[in-house]
Ligand binder design. Structure first.
Ligand SMILES: [Zn+2]
Length: 164
């Protein structure tokens, strides 16, 4: 996977290793350096705002930590304002808090927690006009049941069948 800046400059290359993308900033710094070879004063790295955009709108505090602790390989900062204003963050009105890796609650008994998801209507009508589906996943066993529905109103009946 390649990450690009809004102006199409390559920011970094992130090869998939196992289940994680590994951020390799050196490759991008080199290729950008090559691209600007001959130009002498191109600053190396990116501004805090550029890093904020590149790293999923991470807060300045999070960016600071990543930078201080060398968590992102090759993260070079061009001296720039840290109190930047990001239009995307204002429009989304979200604060950038990392999602917890996993739930703190542990569900041991079957039926402690059932996660359900209703999807539909399908953009194209399927065979038998089954345009919705509902899934029930048991948090304790991770076992899922999926049922196809003609109408959303059937969902509760299917839940009763599932719970029985
Ligand atoms: Zn932002």
């Amino acid at each position: 996977m390649e990450l690009h800046m809004p102006d199409n400059r390559l920011l970094c290359i992130a090869p998939l290793q196992g289940t994680q993308f590994i951020l390799n900033m050196h490759a991008a710094n080199q290729s950008n350096a090559n691209a600007t070879a001959g130009g002498d004063s191109a600053p190396e790295g990116h501004t805090w705002l550029e890093w904020h955009h590149a790293l999923s709108h991470a807060s300045i505090q999070a960016l600071w930590i990543m930078h201080q602790q060398n968590l992102v390989d090759g993260m070079k900062i061009i001296p720039s304002p840290q109190n930047f204003v990001c239009k995307g963050c204002i429009q989304g009105k979200h604060t950038s808090k990392p999602l917890p890796c996993e739930s703190k609650n542990k569900y041991k008994e079957i039926g402690d927690l059932v996660v359900t998801d209703l999807w539909g209507p399908a953009p194209i009508e399927g065979k038998g006009r089954l345009n919705y589906y509902i899934s029930f996943t048991n948090a304790a066993t991770q076992y899922s049941v999926i049922t196809f529905l003609k109408d959303k109103s059937e969902a509760f009946n299917h839940y009763r069948c599932y719970a029985a």
